[in-house]
Design a protein around this ligand. Structure first.
Ligand code: SF4
Length: 974
């Protein structure tokens, strides 16, 4: 990228007039057109946004701006922006509303929520979509007293997060990154193209321009990142675990594993009790102090794992003091991975990857890791005080995301990736995957979910957060008979490690009153009647279904907060309109989803760039206001007055989660001279604004790698308030946590699953890496539904957020079903034909597009482009509704009925992650081609007083001097 001077020279070279100021004000803030949170500079002219550019000083994007970011203008001026609070005036779903004043809206919400809180706080279900305020919303839910809270992680990538946090104390997602500068081999699995978008693009640019690293993309579809990979592996969906385990087998057979790394930094040498049938079978053998034990090959004795002089043995059975046998964890992992079912030849046909390719990739990984070692001349000291002259790394980096995660076998596939990393010694070593602070954290983090009967009292907060990390069955939120306590069944035997909740089950369970009835469903930024739900038509029916006995809706009340007239708006009883991201204070907190990088800790804010021109309020302000009106203890002072009368900016500065730790870590202390931890600074937001709306603090040079065991990092992290204790974080090659749940299923312990769930828990809570066929594929006839159907998220749209964006709609105005040419030829389908897509759940009609770069057994489409007619203030005949479509219509939120009649959720059995990508379909050419996708739903009316859609959009024409007929332009979306 050219610097400012070069950019100026370039502009002058093409004759641009540089003397006319393009803006009379430039304001720095943070983009929110996707979840990357890039720094932006918003140029304003006469109070209107003229253009947006990337902030070159910002740590996330360093000036890079994507199509979405620059098109933020069109989100801001969208004619779909809601304008005033609305109250439902017709039947639910009719879209008939009347405008009301904020006071009435807030009084109504307070009355509804207050009655719940005084009687049974669990009757509030508070779920949020892809927002970045979870540090506030989760805390608010606890203050209210309901455990029924989560954000969108359960239908996004909780498998990735949980497998990482339970295995290596960190995860991919935006919580870690490849060592772009040093890696020699980058293996990427199923990453959505809009995810961590600019950071990954910048990183790939670095990696490819360096020319010394190979980039391999494993993805059924060759678009986006895969299109620029040095090698694309078009794997069959849901079989990545087989591929990874076959790679591990090849590495084990070749002896290409990092034994020293395994012994020093993982639980590979810890002894696992082998006493089939005993209550502690499969648990670690421990000494009287509870320390895990290893067998020292030098002294031939059993000793505590933290004895650094020991040379622990990685294989072979040893006798424990009580006479029972035990083997090192590595022994069990190796035995599992060497199973013939994971041989390259055995997995080739299932994965669609030739055995020769698997062997070659394994050899390339081994070569990069062990023959191309990266050495950084930086002394460091490990947790045990051992001094190392240099940092020596295995330059194999991996990254994975939703393509791995959104399968019912996703948790174990993610864990298999982490096992592969550990075996190669490629976790936070130079050239490998690197943690971004506040990670690594203990495996898993120490926080437990709250929501037992004793935790929920009328009129009282809960004693802890709704979400956390169970480590044994005793941490589950279940009734005495084993039935779930939470509405979404998170932390029950159906989804024990549901660290992000199960948002995709909320509406069904609320409608069914299973496991309990609710009164109010309070949703923020979650388009649950459309692209955020499986079984869309069924969800719409549940939202509008009435109890014949009372003539009341089965979900009695729905409050919805959104900035735009999305499909969900039509199903709410009360709508609280939010601002756009350019009209409010906001916070990207270390307590939430931070913007750190591997070399620095960082957080950021958004500041209002323009004032709202409608009667709307920032959701965060509204939540704080509602909390005060409800008298939530932490939101009111002793005299009952609001604790944060200045709303969210007041909260950002003054709220402390624990002494010295607040929402923002920069410029703390009265003088603003403290970082991470410190007293409140009244001028903190001013300091952020003056610095371009972000704060970043460098990690010391000797603390930047091996963070999980690096003394300097652990001490630094404690000082910054990121860790409670400077103790080593031992990587979990073998998962004792999973074994504890399996033991419960086998009849051990006080908390055991009901009989109905025992086989499932016993099967899937395997402490060793595992692959099994995704549930839908295993349960429907493979011959009847021979194809996989999945979605990709395009770089230019972030879920449904781009739907109303006039500029981005020109990139993705509708979507097609992409089919491999050979597959289409067999079915007699030509480019542009209309086809039926049929699953065990339903049928849609869509238009086909043929291509080569897709697994032949897979069809796919872009995610969330299809819209309901009339939604988002689009024309009723807009391409998004007429030619666009959602795959969601043919995805069931439940698995097929079992022999006992029970239907599990369409989810991973360990975490509850929504299994979007398990979908199996067949496609048939449709004879009649009238040119409209199906299903079609009744056109939604536009909410009151939304502006007219422009017929011709020429935004910005009025910034120029009148010329070329500009005096007559229409459609400057004022
Ligand atoms: S990657 Fe995301 S946050 Fe960054 S500029 Fe693009 S839309 Fe904005």
């Amino acid at each position: 990228m050219p610097n400012e001077r070069e950019a100026t020279a370039n502009r002058e070279a093409v004759g641009l007039d540089l003397n006319t100021p393009s803006a009379d004000r430039i304001t720095k803030t943070t983009c929110y057109m996707c979840a990357c949170r890039c720094g932006i500079k918003v140029h304003l002219k006469d109070g209107r946004i003229r253009y947006i550019e990337g902030n070159r000083d910002h740590p996330v994007n360093k000036g890079v701006l994507c199509a979405k970011g620059s098109a933020g203008i069109m989100n801001h001026y969208s004619p779909a922006r809601l304008r005033k609070p609305l109250r439902r005036a017709g039947p639910r779903g009719s879209g008939e509303y009347e405008e009301i004043e904020w006071e009435e809206a807030l009084a109504t919400a307070t009355e509804w929520l207050g009655a719940i809180r005084r009687s049974d706080p669990r009757k509030l279900a508070f779920f949020t979509g892809r927002d970045q305020s979870q540090a506030l919303t989760g805390w608010w839910a606890s203050q209210f007293g309901t455990p029924n809270h989560a954000a969108h992680g359960g239908f996004c990538s909780v498998n990735m997060a949980a497998a990482g946090l339970y295995s290596i104390g960190g995860s991919f997602w935006e919580f870690g990154e490849p060592d772009w500068e040093n890696t020699r081999y980058f293996l990427m699995f199923g990453v959505a193209e809009d995810h961590d978008s600019n950071p990954i693009k910048i990183g790939l640019g670095k990696l490819k321009s360096r020319g010394a690293a190979k980039f391999v993309s494993v993805n059924p579809i060759r678009t986006g990142y895969s299109a620029i990979a040095d090698e694309w592996i078009g794997i069959r969906p849901g079989t990545d675990g087989l591929f990874i385990l076959a790679l591990i087998q090849e590495l084990l057979r070749a002896g290409k594993i990092d034994e020293e790394y395994l012994c020093r930094y993982t639980n590979a040498p810890w002894l696992v009790i082998q006493d089939e049938g005993a209550a502690d079978h499969g648990l670690f053998a421990r000494d009287a102090a509870g320390q895990p034990l290893v067998f020292d090959a030098v002294t031939q004795t059993i000793t505590a794992a933290h004895q650094v002089e020991a040379r622990p043995q990685l294989a072979g059975s040893v006798a424990l003091a009580d006479g029972r046998q035990a083997v090192p964890a590595f022994h069990l992992v190796a035995k599992r991975c060497l199973d013939p079912r994971y041989a390259a030849d055995a997995v080739a046909s299932e994965t669609g990857i030739g055995a020769d390719v698997i062997r070659r990739i394994a050899a390339e990984l081994a070569h990069a890791a062990f023959e191309q070692t990266v050495v950084i001349d930086q002394p460091w000291t490990d947790w045990a005080g051992r001094r190392h002259d240099r940092m020596v790394g295995r330059p194999v980096a991996m990254h994975a995301m939703r393509g791995i995660s959104a399968h019912s076998n996703g948790f174990h596939t993610c864990r298999a990736i982490h096992v592969l990393q550990m075996l190669l010694g490629a976790v936070d070593s130079p050239g490998s995957f690197r943690y971004k602070p506040p990670f690594p954290r203990p495996t898993p983090p120490a926080v437990k979910p709250t929501g037992r009967a004793a935790d929920i009292q009328p009129g009282k907060p809960m004693p802890g957060p709704p979400l956390g990390f169970p480590t044994s069955p005793g941490d589950l939120l279940v009734e005495a008979d084993g039935t779930p306590r939470r509405l979404d069944k998170a932390y029950s035997w159906e989804a024990p490690l549901a660290a992000h909740g199960l948002m995709h089950q909320v509406i069904r369970n609320a409608w069914a009153g299973d496991p309990h009835k609710i009164d109010t469903l309070f949703l923020f930024m979650a388009n649950m009647s459309w692209n955020s739900s499986m079984n869309t038509a069924g969800t719409i029916d549940m939202l509008t279904d009435k109890d014949p006995a009372t003539d009341d809706y089965k979900i009695p009340r729905i409050i919805y907060v959104d900035a735009y007239a999305s499909e969900m708006v039509a199903y709410a009883d009360l709508i609280l309109p939010d601002t756009t991201y350019l009209e409010r204070w906001d916070c990207i907190s270390l307590l939430d989803r931070p913007i750190c990088d591997a070399d620095g800790v960082a957080d950021s804010i958004r500041q209002p760039v323009v004032a709202p021109d409608r009667d709307v309020r920032p959701f965060q302000d509204v939540l704080i206001d509602l909390g005060a009106r409800l008298g939530l203890p932490a939101l009111v002072k002793e005299d009952g007055s609001p604790r944060y009368p200045g709303g969210y900016p007041d909260y950002l500065v003054h709220h402390e989660r624990r002494p010295g730790v607040g929402m923002l870590a920069g410029w703390r202390g009265a003088a603003g001279d403290k970082q991470g931890v410190g007293p409140v600074n009244e001028a903190q937001l001013d300091a952020y604004v003056a610095n371009g709306c972000f704060w970043r603090h460098e990690i010391p040079a000797d603390a930047r790698y091996f963070k999980h065991v690096n003394r300097a990092y652990l001490d630094w992290a404690v000082g910054m308030g990121l860790l409670d204790r400077a103790e080593p974080i031992v990587l979990q090659l073998y998962s004792e946590v999973l074994q504890k749940f399996r033991l419960a299923a086998e009849g051990h312990g006080d908390v055991q699953p009901p009989d109905q769930h025992r086989p499932r828990v016993k099967t899937y809570f395997d402490p060793l890496p595992l692959w099994y066929m995704p549930f839908e594929e295993a349960e429907v006839a493979r011959d009847t539904f021979p194809l996989h159907a999945i979605t990709q998220r395009p770089m230019a749209m972030y879920h449904s957020w781009g739907s109303q964006n006039a500029w981005l709609r020109q990139i993705h105005g509708d979507n097609r079903l992409h089919i491999h040419r050979a597959t289409a030829a067999k079915l007699g389908i030509a480019d542009g034909d209309w086809v039926a897509v049929i699953s065990h759940h339903g049928r849609i009609k869509v238009q086909a597009k043929l291509m080569d770069g897709v697994n032949p057994n897979t069809v796919w489409t872009w995610n969330a482009i299809g819209k309901r007619s009339g939604a988002w203030n689009l024309a009723p005949k807009a391409g998004e509704s007429q030619h666009g479509f959602l795959l969601n219509h043919v995805i069931s939120e439940l698995l097929p009925e079992r022999s006992d009649g029970y239907r599990y959720g369409n989810s991973d059995p360990v975490t509850g992650q929504a299994a979007w990508y398990d979908l199996r379909v067949r496609i048939e050419k449709v004879a009649a081609a009238e040119g409209v996708s199906e299903p079609q739903f009744a056109t939604l009316p536009t909410p009151p007083n939304l502006p007219r859609r422009p017929d011709v959009l020429r935004y910005g024409a009025n910034f120029r001097a009148p010329a070329h007929g500009d005096a007559h332009v229409t459609g400057d979306t004022k």
